[in-house]
Design a protein around this ligand. Structure first.
Ligand code: ADP
Ligand code: MG
Length: 312
């Protein structure tokens, strides 16, 4: 449904997006996850036609954002990172104003406002000034403005940032509900957010997609390539690393560190689907090294996210 291919964006000298590609199917709720500065908002602004890309393509059901931006924008509701809400304006008037900008016919405006406000649980706040609402309710107003033209795609940039824990749960529930009959992309720097709301995550880091899949798929990929921690005594550090590196199935060995009592600790990565532990044991026996530790480390999602988004 949404196709993004090889998207790049430069701001002056800064390459904010370095070739981002992904596809989103109708009905998915996708979490666009990454640390601050990863390029999430930049991608979303391009998807919604707010800002042109430097290179690459974005299309929705085959319609290119750049050639027919209006048609694409009609199908997309967008909640920017900081929604420009007018504090003195009444909720109703603001939503009616957004509806007008969206080109909704005069006679339909009342119905649209009522429907969007109802969906977002703010129907009883229609007569209240936006500035007097709690942050959670303001975010609902933001969501209602994104829904006013009844788009089938919602793009939400950090929808829960700045909210308290109760408001976060409420907005997550609302997003899940809206996702029942809409396609949603939401960005966040927070992994639990994705786990609670999305069926798929795209992890971005420094302008690139570094992972894409369901939580189960990312976990399975990690389990295929576990890291193994080895602690040896009686082995020369450099010699031990070299000997391990030469074992079949060992991909890489991190430099040896000295552990307690003159022992050497090493961490290695094995080739996909191989278990190198028996060979390590055999090597230690053959060389007369004492094997103090031999541990297979499988990261949980938090660990996977941290590993993929570490600044190198
Ligand atoms: P995220 O939303 O993931 O935190 P952004 O897309 O906002 O990341 O930013 C990606 C990178 O581009 C960051 O390094 C940010 O400082 C930079 N950036 C974003 N917007 C601008 C801009 N208008 N001008 C210059 N640099 C920008
Ligand atoms: Mg952002």
């Amino acid at each position: 449904m949404i196709q993004v291919s090889n998207l790049t964006k430069t701001y002056g000298d800064l390459e904010a997006l370095k070739g981002v590609s992904f596809e989103i199917q109708r009905g998915e709720i996708v979490g666009f996850l990454g640390p601050n500065g990863a390029g999430k908002s930049t991608t979303m602004k391009i998807l919604t036609g707010f800002m042109p890309q430097t290179a690459g393509q974005v299309s929705v059901d085959g319609v290119d954002v750049n050639t027919d931006g209006l048609a694409v924008r009609r199908r997309i509701g967008y909640l920017p990172e900081s929604t420009p809400l007018y504090p003195e304006m009444l909720v109703y008037d603001y939503l009616a104003y957004v509806a007008t900008i969206r080109g909704i016919a005069r006679g339909d405006i009342h119905g649209r406002v009522a429907r969007a406000a109802g969906l977002c649980g703010i129907a009883d706040r229609a007569g209240q000034a936006i500035g007097t609402l709690s942050k959670g309710l303001k975010q609902r107003v933001g969501l209602a403005q994104a829904l006013i033209h009844e788009p089938d795609i919602l793009i939400l940039d950090e929808p829960t940032s700045g909210l308290d824990p109760n408001q976060i749960v409420e907005i997550r529930n609302l997003v899940r509900e809206l996702g029942r009959d809409r396609t949603i992309i939401l960005s966040t720097h927070n992994l639990p957010e994705v786990m609670a709301t999305c069926n798929r995550m795209i992890i971005v880091h420094q302008g690139r997609v570094v992972a894409d899949g369901t939580p189960a798929e990312l976990q399975a990929r990690e389990e295929e390539r576990p890291r193994v921690r080895v602690v040896l005594r009686g082995a020369p550090a450099a010699g031990a690393a070299e000997a391990l590196r030469s074992l079949a199935g060992v991909d890489s060995v991190k430099d040896a560190m000295t552990a307690e009592d003159g022992a050497t600790a090493l961490e290695l990565t094995a080739a996909a689907g191989t278990d190198v532990r028996p060979q390590i044991y055999a090597l230690a026996v053959e060389r007369g090294w004492e094997l103090l530790e031999l541990h297979r480390q499988v990261l949980d999602l938090e660990g996977i996210f941290r590993k993929l988004t570490q600044v190198v």
